[in-house]
Design a protein around this ligand. Structure first.
Ligand SMILES: NC(=O)c1ccc[n+]([C@@H]2O[C@H](COP(=O)([O-])OP(=O)(O)OC[C@H]3O[C@@H](n4cnc5c(N)ncnc54)[C@H](O)[C@@H]3O)[C@@H](O)[C@H]2O)c1
Length: 265
């Protein structure tokens, strides 16, 4: 997409942490920013500082997305960029202790919030001739993560959605990518910060993440899952290709085009 000046961005979870950093960076690059957050006060504060639009909303509620798009379009004329970033952890490692409420909250925000968000922004971006979407997944979307298996489940879902949609949305001039950071120094990990620091685990600063998000929003890449680790450049994760069939005459075959939209490298 090139320059971000004059573009219109929607940032979910924009009231804190990674979303706040992205919203700030986008505004600094000349974009108009809608800050969407469940915490209306945070959204107001951040939007006020960035001359943006504050929207108090639950991204996991399908019903709220038409109103989000309508409000952004009314204020700024359309939507070009989306950082679908709002997310929560469960704090529960023991699968037998994961209640319906814990499970539903995590899947609602982390999975439903991204799906409803993508579904809502794609028509708005298509109407503008294209756009860019970045979803915040996690390194836990690429590896097993025993301390929070349900969080891990939701972030794998985000990575799978992004990889599936890359080719499909390219036809509409829309890029979609995921960022997969290891542990980032935000309020989300506040209760574990001391433990992490005293163990010497290197935390990632939010600016490293927001830089990668904004580069993706401005770039041409699509369908990528960008790994972000402390002290190294962000890099696109390379997935191993699973073994193909071995039945006679079909060795290594992929499903027909009608079934599989694309051949993953
Ligand atoms: N901090 C980390 O270590 C880390 C690592 C990898 C990925 N992530 C992911 O980064 C994203 C942002 O997390 P963060 O660390 O900045 O956390 P954060 O808690 O600082 O910010 C998250 C924001 O999302 C908002 N939010 C929560 N539920 C919402 C909902 N239903 N609707 C709208 N807004 C909602 C919160 O009010 C908050 O402002 C999350 O998806 C998280 O899973 C975080």
């Amino acid at each position: 997409m090139g320059t971000l000046a004059g573009k219109v961005a929607v940032v979910t979870g924009g009231g804190s942490g990674i979303g706040l950093a992205t919203a700030t960076r986008l505004a600094g690059a000349g974009a108009s920013v809608a800050v969407v957050d469940l915490d209306g006060d945070s959204a107001e504060r951040v939007a006020g500082e960035l001359d943006g639009l504050a929207l108090q909303a639950d991204v996991g509620s399908s019903d709220e997305w038409p109103g989000i798009i309508e409000a952004v379009t009314r204020r700024f004329g359309g939507v070009d960029l989306a950082h679908l970033n709002a997310g929560v952890t469960t704090g529960e490692a023991d699968i037998t202790e994961v209640t319906d409420e814990i499970y539903e909250r995590a899947t609602r925000v982390n999975v439903d919030g991204v799906f409803y968000g993508v579904r809502a922004v794609v028509p708005a971006m298509t109407a503008r001739g294209g756009g860019s979407i970045v979803a915040t997944a996690s390194l836990a979307g690429l590896i097993g993560f025993s301390p929070d298996p349900i969080y891990c489940l939701t972030k794998h879902a985000v990575v799978g959605l992004v990889r599936s949609l890359g080719p499909q949305l390219a036809d509409k001039g829309i890029t979609i990518n995921a960022v997969c950071p290891s542990i980032v120094d935000t309020p989300l990990i506040a209760d574990m910060r001391e433990v992490l620091e005293s163990s010497g685990f290197p935390l990632i600063d939010v600016d490293s993440v927001s830089t990668t998000v904004v580069d993706l929003l401005a770039g041409e890449a699509t369908g990528e899952a960008m790994v972000i680790q402390a002290g190294r450049e962000a890099l696109a994760f390379r997935f191993a290709r699973p073994p193909g069939p071995r039945a006679g005459g079909t060795v290594g075959r992929m499903p027909p085009k009608e079934f599989a939209a694309h051949d993953q490298e």
